[in-house]
Design a protein around this ligand. Sequence first.
Ligand code: SF4
Length: 471
Amino acid sequence: MLKVHLEGHDKYYGITDVIRLWYDGAAEDKEAQMVVCPAGPDVEIYSILNPDGTSICKAGGKVYEPQKPILEPGREIKRSLYLAMRDIAGRDAAWGCLTGIRPTLVAMEEQSAEDLINKYYVRPDKARLAMETAAEEQRLLDLIDEDSLGIYVGIPFCPSRCSYCSFISEDITKHMDRLTNYEAALEKEIGLVAPRINRRISTLYMGGGTPTVLSDRDFASLIDCIFAKIDLTYCKEITIEAGRPDTLTEYKLGVMREHGINRICINPQTMNSATLAKLNRRHTADDIRYWYGKASSMGFDVINMDLIAGLPHEMPEDFISSVRSLIELDPANITIHTLYKKRRASLTKEVVMDRTDKRIGLDPALQEAYELLYEAGYHPYYMYRQKDTEKGLENTGFAKGDTGCLYNVAMMTDYRDVLSFGAGSSSKRCFKQDGPDSKRRVERCSTIKDALGYIARYGEMADKKSVFFGF
Ligand code: SF4
């Protein structure tokens, strides 16, 4: 069992995060002032924060001391532990000791890729990716007024539950009766809050779940309501997730086009139909091609398509084959996610774990995918990571030309406020602080998660948000 003793500090969280880059299951033992990890090797590490702010780790008679410059204590502790763990585990981690979910925020603080490599031990290819993505994120952020609001509308229902999903979406086949009532409650919440909004709206994003799971009538009613109630005069971008092709109809696409919406997501996750069936997604790769072609011909000129690297039942070459298939379709955006072991997902541990040996190829597969995307004229425009992602790898959105999604960038960087409607959604306010520009203090206001509860209490949620934003 791996044991990390903490001396002179209490950064349990940071220690756990670094261990997780190599081994699952690290847990705090505050009474004993250490973090333990049964999956790790039998080694004891002493993580020491010195009074001068430097940090060293001692293990097996060796001392691990990061090079200068000295960063803030929390980062120093991670740096020294990273050096020890890298030595003990015998391999590095792609993102070095950067464990946070937004590596580009650190990149925005730095001058060059070399800074990320030297200070945080980030691998050169990831350092360059982070710097390039951070620059594009900054460019897109500059297009969004600082005081404006992003709007999110959430539909937490799907036509079936994908086996890897951890969102709060419900399988609609079990809750058909709820959908219309939910949509009606959503309209009422929007109707209560919208007249109070006293700021310009910069972006609108409808996500889920799968918004297009609504019936034709309910979908049209919701879109009409949004356009009637919310002042979208200054809105620069509207995105609707039509993630599952098994929910699309020409009617819904027509409703969106009638309102001038030209940005949608049609997400295959994989272009391997056999995998799609095993993941409980009730559509095929051909369905994706059909609806992508249909949407393109109807004038949607920014279509995003998501893929997941590291899906169960797939080898790295299956993922690369999906990347090639999407490049052939030529959507404006392709987003590459790395599977993370989501706690709520119904994937059994065995399904994930029995592929461990095959996952060795995941990191090179991502690199190959990025090279293919660059060659095809895409560039990275936003990035984030999730806890427990396989090997600490990232999710990256790629775009052609000037088609990167403003809402995604604003959302992931925590640089702009978001007002959210619907069950399980979270509104947030981002406050500038003294110090590096990347630092923001974020306050959040959550909406009740359960759809039935939301239907009964939408009015209360509307009032809560109005108070939160001071409308
Ligand atoms: S479509 Fe998305 S939100 Fe819905 S079940 Fe699948 S992964 Fe979850």
